[in-house]
Design a protein around this ligand. Structure first.
Ligand SMILES: Cc1cc2nc3c(=O)[nH]c(=O)nc-3n(C[C@H](O)[C@H](O)[C@H](O)COP(=O)(O)OP(=O)(O)OC[C@H]3O[C@@H](n4cnc5c(N)ncnc54)[C@H](O)[C@@H]3O)c2cc1C
Length: 591
């Protein structure tokens, strides 16, 4: 059966057999994950204080060690010195290393936004020259897009490049800000405008070219061990052959790379969340108050369960999306594209889903680490304990790789553009929903399996979104872009839909394989997540509708919304207890 295209989750049904679930990793993938885990345990966790003190030379030496173990080259093609592993395997390694605090950020900046522009957009000479050394860690990379006046509005940067009079060099002048790895990077991928071009171009800049100065390290709230500096270019001479891609193609390159960065950020957030849950369970099982371990109290059980529910949801959505990307890459390669071109097409196809994951991943991690601090009580607030750092380090994820506000706006914008280009038929299903609204509700019972209620709810969530977004687009037309609050509401509904569906698909697949009895806790997770999602979708939908509709239309839509977000009551307390009891029994995150 053909996989759904990007955004089609909104209008079509996905079957469990169409998604990859984390329980399906093969032996080799598990081995790679274990190597990443033992690297963190041996090299990173014992050195976190030294890393956060920005001890001279430490981070580059850790990247060297990761390089020696092959951890920087997992997804790099074999012809450039890597292992050529597929997208899902790369994501798994990224998830595991994601628990590595500042090291995770340095590694992701090097491996992701630092290396990928050259891998995906470089010509053969550029790739041969740089990729093997980046894959081994001999060269360290950074990505220079942001400027003091150009953050979210990244295409408005003032850094300039002009051709030297002999035509041999680009002369670069300007200032970049918040550049991760800047303190030790050998390679800077710099975005700048040539002369008075409208759009950015991209350049591969070696530190050795000279004309590069760095400000001192930024003093930050978290990820203190990650080098973040301003970079100044003063008549920096770049050989002409180091233009990356075509002139004025820089913004396109930046956006492609951010799409990958977004889904990878979600992967790293997942790794961080699992580690924070692990710490939470451990402490909840050790700390005694009023004569009992705190893990026996309902208030703490709720927290542990909710950390696990959201993390399971992120896990499910992350690998569902990763498998969509991987399938698309494979399909493109079968159609004759080379791996790099195929990867770009595959990743672009699922840009909406990548934005969903970036938002959901960063917000799950914030929730999980916040509750970890709470479970630890005073020790959570102490820099001696393990979760205070996690709390501070998490916060950046809602800011970089496109703030969560920008990503929420992008979700709706990209979906509407797909619809306008005829790539995604939102109109026909939206019209069907309008017709359904006028008709008498269907009370006939559907199949009665354990998760049939949730399945029905999901089909209805899609209708709630199509109804709300369709009416908003029709009513506000070009003005919708100015009504950001409504866009945020619609985005929130879409995020909840995609994630809820991913949770359901995973659990359905597990049950089909091993039976219900083996997956009681996963069923509990699915029921609670979708039960809560129904309320969140109803609230966001109500806020949106009340912002643009009036009179009969408003009343009819609110009634429709109520119908489409209706879900049977469950005993969420009991389900959460089932989940937290399992966590406490296993003394680790076990779903
Ligand atoms: C630790 C750290 C590391 C970083 N690493 C790198 C790196 O390696 N390379 C790199 O190039 N950059 C990097 N960045 C920069 C990062 O990507 C930017 O900080 C981010 O894109 C936001 O830009 P800004 O800080 O200028 O915020 P602003 O764009 O000024 O945004 C401020 C607020 O306004 C909101 N906002 C902005 N525009 C709109 C709009 N149109 N509608 C609604 N709301 C809006 C934002 O969501 C945000 O809440 C890093 C930043 C940090 C803090």
């Amino acid at each position: 059966m053909k996989a759904l295209k990007g955004g089609e989750f909104l209008i079509k049904e996905t079957l469990p057999e169409q998604v990859f679930i984390p329980e399906e990793f093969d032996e080799e993938q598990k081995m790679i994950a274990e190597t990443c885990q033992s690297f963190l345990e041996q090299e990173i966790f014992p050195n976190l204080d030294r890393i956060d003190a920005l001890e001279e030379g430490l981070m580059p030496s850790l990247l060297d060690k990761a390089g020696e173990l092959g951890l920087l080259s997992i997804s790099i093609p074999e012809e450039y010195g890597g292992f050529g592993k597929d997208f899902i395997t790369g994501m798994l390694a990224n998830e595991k290393l994601g628990a590595g605090h500042s090291f995770a950020v340095a590694q992701a900046a090097h491996n992701g936004i630092g290396t990928l522009p050259i891998l995906y957009f470089g010509n053969e000479e550029q790739k041969k020259k740089y990729i093997p050394k980046l894959a081994s860690g001999e060269l360290k990379a950074s990505y220079c897009l942001t400027e003091p006046g150009a953050g979210s509005d990244a295409n408005s940067g003032k850094t300039k490049a002009t051709l030297s009079s002999d035509g041999k060099h680009w002369i670069l002048n300007g200032q970049k800000m918040w550049i991760t790895n800047a303190g030790f990077a050998d390679i800077f991928t710099v975005f700048a405008k040539i002369d008075n071009d409208e759009n950015l171009s991209a350049f591969i800049v070696e530190k050795s070219y000279g004309g590069i100065e760095l400000n001192p390290e930024e003093k930050k709230m978290g990820i203190k061990g990650s080098s973040t500096r301003q970079v100044f270019f003063t008549n920096c001479q770049i050989p002409v052959e180091n233009l990356l891609g075509q002139r004025q193609e820089g913004f396109k390159i930046a956006l492609y790379i951010l799409n990958i960065g977004r889904i990878k950020l979600a992967g790293a957030a997942l790794g961080g969340a699992k580690e924070a849950i692990h710490q939470s369970i451990k402490y909840a099982g050790e700390r005694e108050q009023f004569g009992r371990i705190i893990g026996k109290y309902g208030a703490i059980k709720y927290k542990l369960a909710e950390q696990a529910i959201r993390t399971y949801a992120l896990d499910s959505a992350l690998y569902r999306c990763s498998s969509s990307v991987q399938n698309a890459i494979e399909e493109e390669m079968e159609n004759g594209k080379n791996k790099q071109e195929a990867s770009l097409t595959g990743i672009k196809e699922y840009a909406v889903e990548a934005a969903i994951l970036k938002i959901f991943g960063s917000e799950v991690l914030d929730y999980v680490v916040d509750e970890a601090v709470q479970i630890y009580g005073g020790m959570g607030y102490s820099a001696e304990g393990p979760v205070e750092r996690a709390y501070r380090d998490s916060r950046i994820n809602r800011i970089f790789e496109g703030t969560n506000e920008i990503n929420r706006m992008l979700i709706v914008d990209m979906l509407l553009k797909k619809a306008m280009k005829g790539e995604l038929d939102l109109l026909t299903p939206a019209m069907a929903v309008t017709k359904e609204l006028m008709s008498i509700p269907d009370f006939s019972s559907t199949e009665n399996t354990t998760l049939s209620e949730e399945k029905k709810a999901l089909a209805n969530f899609k209708k709630a979104i199509l109804m709300t977004a369709g009416a908003a687009a029709q009513k506000l037309m070009a003005n919708l872009a100015k009504e950001q609050e409504i866009i945020m509401n619609i985005s929130d509904m879409i995020i909840d839909l995609y994630v809820s569906e991913s949770v359901l698909l995973r659990t359905e697949k597990l049950i089909a394989k091993n039976g219900e009895q083996a997956h009681q806790e996963q069923m509990a997770i699915t029921k609670v997540f979708i039960y809560d999602a129904a309320d969140r979708i109803a609230k966001a939908g109500k806020d949106a509708i009340n912002s643009f509709a009036e009179g009969d239309e408003q009343r009819m839509m609110l009634m429709g919304l109520k119908r489409f977000t209706k879900i049977n009551s469950i005993n969420a307390k009991e389900y959460r207890r089932t989940i937290s009891d399992k966590l406490m029994q296993n003394t680790k995150f076990c779903f």
